[in-house]
Design a protein around this ligand. Structure first.
Ligand code: BG6
Ligand code: MG
Length: 211
């Protein structure tokens, strides 16, 4: 029986992909690296360090330079994020989480982002999630199931009692590896392995998923 829903943040609750793109693009320009919108698509759901590795395309740098570049990109990202407000929640997201809670379902965020807490605060959604599992919570990033397993345990639930909503391939893989019910948001080429696939968060059919 489903007792909890765990939501990815970026691409499910709000759309921060454009902010990540702008921040990575600024860093790439400064470093003389090529980076396109298409490249950015590959970074969906990917941790900050793994994203930078993809951006570097095999170019070797010192550990210190690597750390400095991650910090610099994050600074650019945070500047953009600070302009966010409650209106930046994706259509239907707030309503869905509230509806679940009114049915006694527990709710969590399961995001790879270390900025997830701040983004939730800016969206004014802190009070509709029981727990936030983020980029600080576990060592192994998606597609490892660790983050979602951590979120489930924070909710006091077993994996098979949880639904995960994800817009990234790595996130769907993580949910499946954790033995959870996966709801994919986006095109089938990206999230087609999920048990249920919808184009947008607003399209999620609760009756279909909850039975
Ligand atoms: C994910 C995003 O939610 O978080 C990725 O989809 C991002 O694009 C990752 O790289 C890590 O985010 P942050 O905020 O810790 O750099
Ligand atoms: Mg996402």
């Amino acid at each position: 029986m489903i007792k909890g829903w765990i939501f990815d943040l970026d691409g499910v609750i709000t759309d921060t992909a454009e902010f990540h793109f702008k921040a990575w693009k600024q860093l790439a320009d400064e470093e003389g690296l090529s980076f396109t919108r298409e490249d950015n698509e590959q970074l969906r759901g990917v941790s900050r360090a793994d994203s930078l590795r993809l951006l570097l395309k095999g170019k070797t740098v010192t550990d210190q330079h690597f750390e400095e570049m991650m910090t610099r990109k994050n600074g650019y990202y945070q500047e953009l994020v600070e302009k966010m407000g409650p209106e930046d929640a994706l259509p239907g997201a707030r309503e869905l989480v509230k509806e679940l809670r009114s049915r006694g379902i527990k709710t969590a965020i399961g995001s790879s982002s270390r900025n997830a807490g701040r983004v939730i605060e800016l969206l004014q959604m802190e009070d509709i999630f029981d727990t936030i599992a983020d980029g600080h919570s576990v060592a192994n990033a998606k597609p490892a199931p660790d983050l979602f397993l951590h979120a489930a345990s924070q909710l006091g639930l077993s994996p098979d009692e949880c639904v995960v909503v994800e817009d990234a391939e790595a996130g769907v893989e993580a949910a499946l590896a954790g033995g959870m019910c996966a709801v994919g948001i986006g095109p089938a080429e990206r999230v087609g392995k999920a048990h249920y696939v919808y184009a947008e968060t607003a399209d999620i059919d609760l009756k279909e998923v909850m039975g």
